[in-house]
Design a protein around this ligand. Structure first.
Ligand code: SAM
Length: 292
């Protein structure tokens, strides 16, 4: 399928193709057509992609492309594209680059090799699918991928996210799930609502939402609930969860007081409440009570 124009080679295209996250029937028609017509396929794990291709009776030369050889392989791939070859990039499952390899080559094409055409073929992504059925706000969200496996780093990141008011999305692995749930409980508080979404599109698909304390109890009732591929959808910070109506976090107070130095009380209240999505009335009551 080399691209030719007036006997001269034209550049090939780079196709970024999403593949199923469990159920092969979720592959798109366009993904299949494209996988059939490209010259080469770059795969995170050639064995796993080989199984998918075999299922759809597609025979193509596969090259491995994963985090540790991404740097080395990128020049080789760019050369192939410049020679007129059409190349597809897939990951083991879902949308490439979403916690999967591919960033380096796309970045290079966008910034340096701008004449290379990048064509995305859409399809499943576990984070978006989990968010869509979580029952938590979907208009604004914050994708965090995997938390660090190192406890210190995980705790630090969770502390940074404690006051994030958008819905949070985490990927988590079976063996770290409980530790991660305990850390969320300690840092975000026992009342934070969390939805555990596992094995999407597969036989043991299961979705359970509750406050973090009850969610941990539910998981411990049957440790099989820890198994499988998991997305955690965590409710964003809501100041109304504070026990006392007059209690506002130190961060909010600091920002409010800084704004008040430059602005009228009314404006400082409005801006602070917009930033943190808290009721103006709550800040006003706080202001009256503390008499700042
Ligand atoms: N690129 C993928 C995507 O678009 O979702 C994500 C790849 S990341 C390396 C793998 C993680 O995604 C898993 O550890 C799990 O957290 C999540 N995941 C993938 N498939 C899933 C599924 N069927 N159900 C729930 N989570 C899934």
């Amino acid at each position: 399928m080399k691209n030719m124009k007036n006997n001269n080679f034209k550049l090939g295209n780079l196709y970024i193709i999403a593949t199923p996250i469990g159920n092969y029937n979720d592959i798109s028609k366009r993904a299949l057509i494209t996988l059939n017509k490209v010259d080469y396929i770059l795969a995170e794990d050639t064995r796993k992609t080989g199984i998918l291709l075999k299922y759809f009776n597609i025979k193509k030369k596969l090259y491995s492309y994963y985090d540790y050889n991404e740097k080395k392989k990128t020049n080789f791939i760019l050369k192939k594209i410049r020679q007129g070859n059409n190349i597809a990039l897939v990951s083991d499952s879902g949308t490439p680059l979403i916690n999967d390899p591919g960033y380096r080559i796309i970045e290079l094409c966008r910034k340096k090799y701008v004449d290379i055409n990048i064509i995305p073929i859409p399809g499943p992504c576990a984070a978006i699918l989990a968010l869509s059925i979580s029952g938590l706000p979907t208009n604004r969200f914050c994708y965090e991928g995997f938390l660090s496996h190192k406890k210190n780093k995980r705790i630090r990141r969770l502390n940074e996210l404690k006051l994030e008011n958008r819905t949070l999305i985490f990927y988590e692995s079976t063996h770290r799930l409980l530790k991660c749930l305990y850390d969320i409980k300690i840092i975000f508080g026992k009342d934070r609502y969390v939805v555990l979404v596992k094995e999407l599109t597969k036989k043991w698909e299961n979705i359970y939402g509750n406050n973090i304390s009850n969610l941990i109890k539910w998981v411990k009732l049957d440790l099989n609930r820890l198994k499988g591929e998991i997305v955690l959808i965590v409710s964003g910070y809501k100041p109304s969860l504070y026990k006392n109506n007059y209690e506002i976090s130190p961060k909010i107070i600091k920002i409010f007081l800084n704004l008040k130095k430059e602005l009228s009380t009314k404006k400082a209240i409005k801006i602070t409440s917009d930033i943190f999505s808290i009721k103006k009335n709550l800040l006003y009551k706080f202001y009256i009570k503390k008499k700042y």
